[in-house]
Design a protein around this ligand. Structure first.
Ligand code: CO
Length: 164
C-alpha cells in the first residue's frame, strides 16, 4: 500500500488534471485493486469521506468512499437516479480549509462495477448520497465550488501559520 499526495486546486498543474474527464476503466486487474487500496489509505490518512482517482493524479473512473459506515470502492460509477434535495456544507480534500453550501439529492441510486468486475447497484441517502454525487462529479472534472450556493464559502484556518 502507498500513500499519495492529493492534488490541490490552487496548483495550476493539479487543477488541469482535476478538470479533466476521467477515463473509463476497461480492465479490472491487480493494478486497479492496488490503486483502490492506495486511494483508501490516502483518504483515511487525510481524514476524508471520499476520494476520486483524479485527486491523486490518475485520470480514471475510480472512487473510494467512507462516510462512517464502511469502505465502498467503485469502478466506473454512474448516477442512475436521484430524488429529493438536501443542502449542507461540503468540503473537498483538493480544496483545503474551505467549505460551502451545496444542494444535492437526498437519495441516489448508483451503478458501478466492484473489484471482482461484477456490476453492483447501491442506494445512498444523506451524507452517502452527497459523497456519491461529489465523487462522481470529480470523474467529470466538476468541483463542489462549481455548484455551491453563492456567497456560502467558509474558510477555516487550521493553524496560524497557514496563509489565506
Ligand atoms: Co472532492
Amino acid at each position: 500500500m502507498a500513500f499519495y499526495d492529493i492534488l490541490k486546486v490552487d496548483m495550476e498543474d493539479d487543477l488541469a488534471i482535476l478538470r479533466r474527464k476521467a477515463k473509463t476503466v476497461d480492465r479490472i486487474d491487480d493494478r486497479v485493486r492496488a490503486l483502490l487500496d492506495d486511494m483508501a489509505e490516502t483518504m483515511y490518512a487525510s481524514d476524508g469521506a471520499g476520494l476520486a482517482a483524479p485527486q491523486i493524479g490518475v485520470s480514471e473512473r475510480l472512487v473510494v468512499i467512507d462516510v462512517g459506515n464502511g469502505l465502498i470502492k467503485l469502478i466506473n460509477p454512474v448516477l442512475l437516479s436521484s430524488s429529493g434535495e438536501a443542502t449542507a456544507l461540503e468540503g473537498c480534500l483538493s480544496i483545503p480549509d474551505r467549505f460551502a453550501l451545496v444542494n444535492r439529492p437526498e437519495k441516489v441510486i448508483v451503478e458501478a462495477v466492484n473489484t471482482e468486475g461484477k456490476p453492483i447497484r447501491l442506494r445512498g441517502k444523506g451524507d452517502l448520497a452527497r459523497a456519491f454525487c461529489h465523487e462522481i462529479d470529480h470523474l467529470n472534472g466538476i468541483l463542489f465550488t462549481d455548484k455551491m450556493l453563492p456567497e456560502s464559502m467558509v474558510k477555516i484556518k487550521e493553524n496560524a501559520c497557514k496563509n489565506d
